[in-house]
Design a protein around this ligand. Structure first.
Ligand SMILES: CC(C)(COP(=O)(O)OP(=O)(O)OC[C@H]1O[C@@H](n2cnc3c(N)ncnc32)[C@H](O)[C@@H]1OP(=O)(O)O)[C@@H](O)C(=O)NCCC(=O)NCCS
Length: 179
């Protein structure tokens, strides 16, 4: 089932989540040179322009197939300024979300704002019963983001569900959980 990007776009007045556009390519490729993103997100290393192009093409296919809703996180007052990425892969009534913030934009609650917007939208509009986050134990910043957005640590898995690589902690937010 096709996923439809929310209209109007999701925003809290500081960050906006919108579908990726071709003109995000340069900023996407620049951000993905960051070693912290490569450490915690399964992206190609080195990350090339061709990788960026393939990602942009893939995200539009994933919206169309209903597999994943992938958003660029941009500044609410300038939707050409890329701050990061956030997505939720959908299988039945379960979502699996991941995110990164470009190095220059970190430490300003961009991830927290984006995850709140995505979580509220996905639970309500996609009718999900649960969203999980897979976070490595050595990533306290991401855990702080998860907890601030109402996720709870559910346990540890040796294998990453999304990638089949080394696992970590599972955080979950159920539709019925308090924010
Ligand atoms: C994790 C990441 C998304 C956070 O983005 P951000 O926009 O800087 O996050 P926020 O500003 O919303 O929140 C970060 C929180 O982590 C806290 N934090 C940062 N470093 C920390 C550390 N070493 N130990 C504990 N908490 C830490 C901050 O204090 C902040 O919490 P606060 O707002 O309560 O003070 C970003 O660092 C990133 O892209 N990292 C690389 C990719 C990645 O790890 N993605 C997540 C994979 S699960």
């Amino acid at each position: 089932m096709t996923l439809h990007p929310p209209t109007p776009a999701l925003t809290d007045g500081v960050v906006t989540l919108r579908p990726w556009r071709d003109d995000d390519l340069d900023q996407l490729v620049a951000a993905c040179q960051d070693p912290a993103i490569a450490r915690f997100i399964p992206i190609p290393v080195p990350y090339t322009v061709a990788d960026g192009r393939a990602y942009l093409e893939r995200t539009s296919r994933e919206w169309a197939s209903g597999a994943k809703a992938a958003f660029a996180i941009v500044a609410a007052d300038d939707d050409t300024r890329l701050l990061g990425a956030i997505n939720v892969a959908v299988v039945g009534a379960a979502g699996n979300s991941g995110y990164w913030v470009a190095p220059a934009a970190r430490g300003h609650q961009v991830a927290r704002r984006a995850l709140r917007l995505l979580t509220d939208w996905a639970l309500a509009e996609l009718d999900l019963g649960v969203i999980i986050l897979e976070i490595r134990a050595e990533n306290p910043a991401s855990m702080a983001v998860a907890i601030a957005c109402g996720y709870h640590e559910a346990g540890r898995l040796d294998v990453n569900l999304a990638t089949g690589t080394k696992g970590g902690l599972i955080f979950s937010r159920l539709a019925g959980d308090q924010r």
